[in-house]
Design a binder for this molecule. Structure first.
Ligand code: ING
Length: 350
């Protein structure tokens, strides 16, 4: 029995500072209705889908930003979305700002703030939750920037890792699903942690300005979309997984976010792409058998990966200066953590 599921990226147009959650939820319910008509079983909504991208707004007192956070999920405002999904039997991914009362690393119970997404199945169960790990931008007001990007001010680093779960989705008895959020897509480590858990479909939402806001150099505008697609296509290909990447797009309070939501297959090919910067549903049939080619050949991790050469990836945070060449520097000696005894050699050595 082929495992083929129809999925959708439900792109949202702009949400203004003045827009209520009810406005966002009503638009998302309309997209769910369109998804039902097209036989879609899994819908991916964007990052921070319930509000404007508020990290562009500086608040001296961060507690004022709590108005943009959900204290419960579902809530009165979001219940219509859960109800519609249950009525249609559609699973959905939702990105939102989460306040959670839970212990921190020091064991202190407190209100914690995360950039979060959840996967809700057709029965309304929250199947998976992820909290954004890679928070771009800055924590303090930056006078040099045209537009602020204050995710480090309003969110803590996600503390759930990059989980994958095999869960019934639509008519499939099991689908290996994982999630990431926006900036995470630019970090190959995020994709690989999901790939090492045999993920078959990665869901991600994003809010990405169409113009570079930092004053740190020129970036041609066309590269904003190119880099986004490059990251998603590479991540999908190098981990033999499908990916659904959904934008919040359009001009929010004068700040332009690009759309170009895409659905990508395990060969890194774009199966569908949004063409507007507004509410738009794009769909694709995903034949999960397509993950096998990469997984059994080029990206057969068990056969080909060499973690003993990758130590820098988890032991280092920033880059270090390289060794300086000299005649007595042996070839390969420069990576002090690499070139360790290969696992096979270790086995041979007993
Ligand atoms: N947005 C942007 C993103 O990673 C960004 C921030 C844009 C970083 C362009 C670097 C370059 O797509 C979020 N919300 O992470």
């Amino acid at each position: 029995m082929p495992r083929i599921i129809t999925v959708a990226a439900a792109q949202l147009g702009p949400l203004q500072l003045a827009d209520t959650r009810a406005v966002a939820v009503a638009r998302m319910v309309r997209l769910l209705e369109r998804a039902r008509v097209r036989g879609v079983e899994l819908v991916v909504f964007p990052e921070l889908a319930l509000t404007t991208f508020f990290p562009r707004h500086y608040r001296e007192d961060v507690a004022e930003a709590d108005i943009w956070f959900e204290k419960t999920m579902p809530s009165v405002d979001t219940q219509p979305l859960f109800d519609a999904a249950r009525t249609y039997g559609i699973s959905f991914h939702l990105g939102y700002a989460e306040i959670a009362v839970e212990a921190d690393a020091a064991g202190i119970m407190r209100r914690r703030h995360f950039n979060t997404c959840i996967l809700v199945n057709g029965s309304g169960d929250i199947v998976l939750k992820y909290r954004k790990v890679h928070l771009p931008g800055h924590a303090a007001f930056d006078p040099k920037r045209a537009v602020q990007h204050l995710e480090k001010r309003y969110f803590e680093v996600g503390n759930l890792g990059f989980p994958v779960v095999r869960a019934p989705i639509g008519h499939l008895s099991g689908l290996n699903v994982g999630m990431m959020i926006c900036n995470d897509r630019r970090w190959p480590e995020a994709w690989r942690v999901l790939g090492l858990q045999s993920v078959e479909l990665v869901m991600l939402g994003y809010n990405t300005p169409s113009l570079n806001q930092s004053a740190s150099g020129f970036e041609a505008p066309h590269l904003r979309v190119a880099h986004s697609h490059l990251s998603i296509q590479a991540g999908a290909y190098q981990n033999a997984t499908f990916a659904v990447a959904t934008a919040k797009a359009g001009v929010e309070d004068g700040c332009e976010l690009f759309g170009h939501s895409i659905i990508v297959n395990p060969q890194g090919e774009i199966l569908a792409q949004a063409t507007s910067w507004d509410d738009e549903l794009i769909t694709a049939d995903c034949d999960l058998a397509q993950v096998q080619l990469g997984r059994s050949t080029i990206f057969d991790f068990e056969a080909h990966r060499r973690p003993e050469a990758y130590a820098r990836i988890t032991s280092q945070v920033g880059a270090v200066e390289p060794c300086v060449w000299s005649r007595d520097l042996q070839p390969g000696q420069s990576d002090s953590t690499g070139g360790l005894t290969r696992v096979d050699d270790r086995k041979a050595a007993g």
